[in-house]
Write a protein that binds this ligand. Structure first.
Ligand code: BGC
Length: 738
């Protein structure tokens, strides 16, 4: 099957998550009947999402219609029975959970899944997560996170799909399809919740929860497209974000929640706040108190309040005083009830209490997770040390070699690290390989060099050394921002100590973000990078190191050289003075040089203008060559489709998979345009010596953007395009749009 991915590809899959028309009208009738019977307090109860307090009492009295963080099937059933049998109207509960990259079987963190550039596999992973989580009684996941992240200091870069709107849109739609399956009523379906709407990833300085500055056009052209694609794929719910944009917190932003989400995109699902994001509008200085926050939030379109207790505490008086029309509350309740009907909760409220134990960590789940971990690995350097050949005695060292908890990554609440196979365990199982193990450091932040001499001595005795470096799980994710992105603790020292043994050194980094590893590259012969790869990460790594599998992952974010270069992302606008390549850097500047001698362009004296690794980059054990790209015509009309072709050849000695990427640049627009934008990609597997023509079909419509007057359209003119293995290479060609 042909696997070219673009926005159009997503559109073609529309409808998979939506119920048929007659079922929907039946649901609407049932919603209206039920709504007519509800008291105002019961309506407000449906808008209250909690995970703590006297849950049984809240449910019995109809004061909470949805709970989260309850994952024991027996407890789920106990609470559900109270809702169904003891509350006045018997409305079933909806149980939510942050199922972010798997439930029990953990897949790579989302950033790692993005590195696969394989949406079909990502969709299968979300399906596995849904099967396992639903078996525990969960029917709603707060995932996928579709925040574009251009700043690896931001710990939550781990939870998303990187810096690119096209890749994030494709992956987001895949996650939605995987979670929701073909039909929400299927008991293995989870309602997806796309978050955080919107702009949360633009936190200034990468400091979590920080303010954002996103111009309206930028919001439309970069931050919103993944959300729109996921809405079109049928996402059942949306979560508002903590941040404000240009002074307006999302939870109280009617432009985002009404105009864009409901009116423009015709979203008919339900909107939930983030944890206390309603209450935090007081801290923002946007609401005077919780009552004011509740008023602003419900009027803006935030329908369920997660953990502020603003609606449960104040909505009744706001309705009674006339400040909030009851019809606004009714609309919110409609969306909640409709979701519960769509999920089949009224017919099927309970979970089989033995199912979870029978389902979790099933061999086929582990196999899918392993494929994902394999495809997520990015080979960033290889001077021939990989795959390991003729190595009999291998020294394994480093704080991530045997760290199950850390390898699982952020948001791994439900996984048992006992099921996680570490690289050390997996390598010890490889026949013919003798492993000696010296931890070197106890954990990633460990600053002690006490074992380094021992590591050097052991390296001398070995044929090769693999040093497992990176970040503990706790160093990325929510509220875990960093300002220094070097390997933590004494890890760089450990790598140098391994190097001093004089044998080939392979670094394997497992982290929640791109770290600034330039100085470490000099101390290894090969470097394999994985964003925390989850349960089967160790087995995948062992296969990759020994050549039983060939790496093919690509960077879903730019790797900066230094944290000071951030923000650095590939699809930036050009400056009036782009770097031209003859700039003089710090150490080359002669004494008493003239003021303009280093060059009057946009660059850093100390770190230049290029990143360490560009977006879309990754090596293989084989090599690929690209022919010149060509399109089928010189000019295209606005309704036409551009057919781009390029010949890809495997010029190396083994089979491998390459992610072929199509980039386009709009040369002149009513506003300055990005230097490149990803418009499609395809995974192509070729045998050694094989060549194939790769074809992309790009509708001209996909060149549209929000221009000077903010409307979205394709602007006629000349375009440049590249077909390449990353965002920084390739031969350009051009076409014109009339
Ligand atoms: C996070 C959300 C998450 C929610 C519920 C918040 O702190 O921002 O992403 O879904 O907690 O756990």
């Amino acid at each position: 099957m042909k696997r070219t991915f673009s926005f159009v590809w997503i559109l073609a899959l529309l409808g998979l998550g939506s119920c048929n028309h007659s079922a929907e009208s039946k649901i609407d009738r049932r919603v209206e009947t039920l709504l007519a019977e509800m008291t105002l307090d019961e309506k407000i109860g449906q808008l209250n999402l909690v995970d703590s307090g006297d849950l049984e009492e809240l449910v019995r009295t109809g004061k909470s219609g949805a709970l989260f963080n309850v994952v024991d099937p027996a407890r789920v059933n106990r609470l559900q029975r109270i809702a169904v049998e003891e509350s006045r109207l018997g409305i079933p509960l909806l149980f939510g959970r942050d199922v972010i990259h798997g439930f029990h079987t953990l897949f790579p963190i989302p950033l790692g899944q993005a590195a696969t550039f394989d949406p079909q596999l990502v969709e299968q992973g979300a399906r596995v997560a849904a099967v396992e989580a639903s078996a525990a009684g969960v029917r709603w996941t707060f995932s996928p996170m579709l925040d574009i992240a251009r700043d690896p200091r931001w710990g939550r870069i781990a939870e998303g799909y990187g810096e690119d709107p096209c890749l994030t849109a494709v992956m987001g739609a895949a996650m939605v399809r995987g979670y929701q399956g073909g039909d929400l009523r299927n008991p293995t379906s989870l309602a997806a919740c796309i978050k955080h709407f919107a702009g949360y990833g633009a936190a200034e300085g990468g400091r979590d929860y920080n303010t954002t500055k996103i111009p309206a056009r930028e919001l439309r052209n970069f931050y919103l497209p993944p959300f729109e694609a996921a809405v079109r794929a049928g996402a059942a719910t949306v979560m508002t974000s903590f941040n404000e944009i240009d002074g307006v917190p999302s939870t109280g932003n009617p432009e985002l929640l009404h105009e864009i989400l409901r009116e423009e995109w015709q979203f008919d699902g339900m909107v939930v706040s983030d944890w206390n994001s309603l209450g935090e509008m007081v801290a923002h200085g946007f609401a005077a108190d919780k009552r004011d926050a509740a008023r602003k939030a419900i009027l803006a379109g935030t329908e369920i309040d997660m953990m502020t207790f603003g609606y449960s505490g104040h909505l009744r008086e706001l309705v009674e005083s006339g400040e909030v029309p009851e019809s606004v509350v009714d609309d919110a309740v409609r969306h909640v009830l409709r979701l519960k009907f769509r999920l089949g909760l009224f017919e099927n409220p309970y979970v089989d209490e033995g199912l979870s134990a029978r389902t979790s960590y099933a061999p086929e789940h582990l196999a899918t997770a392993k494929r994902c971990a394999l495809e997520s690995a990015i080979l960033l350097k290889n001077d021939g040390a990989l795959p390991l050949s003729r190595v009999r005695n291998l020294l394994v060292t480093g704080p991530l070699a045997d760290a199950a908890h850390d390898q699982n990554g952020t948001w791994s609440f439900d996984a048992d690290p006992g099921h996680t196979v570490t690289p050390l365990t997996a390598l010890r199982r490889v026949e013919g390989l003798h492993i000696s193990y010296v931890p070197g450091l106890k954990y990633s932040r460990d600053r002690s060099s006490a074992e380094f001499a021992h590591v050097t001595a052991a390296a001398r005795r070995a044929d090769a050394v693999v040093v497992f470096l990176g970040e503990e799980a706790i160093l990325s994710g929510e509220a875990h921002s960093l300002s220094d992105l070097h390997l933590a603790g004494a890890q760089s020292g450990l790598l140098a100590a391994a190097r001093a043994g004089g044998k080939p050194v392979i670094a394997v980094v497992m982290a929640g973000r791109p770290l600034t590893i330039e100085r470490d590259l000099a101390n290894c012969d090969a470097l394999l990078y994985l964003f925390h790869p989850g349960t089967t990460g160790g087995e995948a790594i062992a296969d990759l190191l020994t050549g039983r599998a060939v790496p093919g992952g690509k960077t879903p974010v730019t790797f900066p050289r230094t944290a000071g270069q951030i923000p650095m992302y590939y699809n930036h606008n050009n400056t009036g003075r782009p770097a031209v390549g003859n700039e003089i850097l710090l150490d080359e500047i002669p004494l008493r040089a003239g003021q303009t001698s280093p060059g009057c362009t946009s660059f850093y004296l100390d770190s230049g203008w290029e990143p360490l690794f560009p977006f879309g980059y990754g090596l293989s054990y084989t090599t690929f060559a690209y022919g010149a790209p060509r399109c089928d015509r010189e000019t295209y009309g606005p309704e036409e489709t551009i057919v781009v072709e390029c010949t890809l050849s495997n010029t190396g000695r083994c089979a491998g998979t390459e992610v072929v990427q199509l980039y386009v640049q709009d040369l002149t627009g009513s506003i300055a345009r990005p230097v490149k934008e990803l418009k499609g990609f395809e995974r192509v597997t070729l045998d050694a010596g094989e060549s194939r023509t790769v074809t992309f079909r790009l509708p001209v419509e996909e060149l549209a953007f929000h221009g000077f007057d903010l409307t979205r359209r394709v602007e006629p003119g000349r375009f440049r395009f590249w077909v390449a293995g990353d965002s920084a290479s390739g031969t350009p060609a051009e076409f014109e749009v009339r």
